[in-house]
Design a protein around this ligand. Structure first.
Ligand SMILES: C[S@@+](CC[C@H](N)C(=O)[O-])C[C@H]1O[C@@H](n2cnc3c(N)ncnc32)[C@H](O)[C@@H]1O
Length: 215
């Protein structure tokens, strides 16, 4: 795991304050511990895209600006055009790291407890899976990502951070039966309807948490 410097520690404290404000209450101690132990910046790529025009921001060329985006309570675009090269005006977001207050709101709603097994759909950067793995311990989190490159990068980041979450490359609408049944299933990509596989792979009394949208 990359060392966390004083600047990053201060940025984490600032982010914690922003998330608490947005949630309207202090975050649960287990999630505060996860936020401190699993730094968001370690899960972001060296280039992110910001603002409505998706302006490129490189960690190497503009380290302070990049860090500000890493620790702002806003979504950050982490891949454009499915990973293909794209100039200004041609870019569309194909993956983003959700705003931290959304991440922690969903984690709170998920209501995970000791011993739970969780299936996440939409690995993206791997940060949410890393937070869950920190909370639940080794062998408890399976996460499915449809983009092969993103899945490989997230697996590398999780391993580098010493977090044991299993990353599966595949179509998340099928879930991952081999790892089930799960106590919790959480989607971080929006869907039009809950795929039957998610229900089938959730144990009786479990929870399926899904952001509803146009998917
Ligand atoms: C908002 S991002 C996820 C953020 C992520 N949880 C994180 O911590 O960075 C949504 C992700 O869902 C992925 N996705 C979209 N449809 C999917 C599907 N059917 N199966 C698996 N992953 C999918 C996208 O490729 C994208 O990486």
């Amino acid at each position: 795991m990359e060392q966390i410097g004083a600047d990053e520690r201060a940025a984490v404290c600032g982010l914690l304050g922003s998330v608490d404000e947005s949630l309207g209450a202090p975050m649960a101690p287990v999630w505060e511990a996860a936020l401190r132990a699993v730094p968001r910046h370690a899960f972001l790529p060296a280039t992110v895209w910001v603002g409505e025009d998706l302006v490129e921001c490189s960690r190497e060329a503009a380290p302070e600006q990049w860090s500000r985006h890493a620790y702002a309570d806003t979504a950050v675009v982490t891949q454009v055009n499915d990973g293909a090269a794209a100039g200004p005006g041609e870019r569309w977001a194909s993956c983003s790291a959700s705003a931290p207050s959304i991440v922690f709101r969903m984690l709170d709603m998920l209501d995970v407890g000791a011993g739970h097994r969780v299936l996440e759909i939409g690995t993206g950067t791997g940060w949410n899976a890393g937070l869950l793995a920190h909370r639940l311990g080794p062998g408890r989190v399976v996460t499915v990502e449809v983009d092969e490159g993103l899945a490989a990068q997230a697996a590398g980041r999780l391993e580098g951070a010493g977090l044991d979450a299993r990353v599966i490359h595949g179509d998340g609408s099928l879930g991952h039966e081999a790892g089930g049944p799960y106590d919790r299933v959480v989607a971080t990509c929006s869907v039009r309807a809950v795929p039957p596989a998610w229900i089938a792979q959730t144990r009786p009394g479990g929870v399926v948490l899904v952001p509803c949208g146009l998917g």
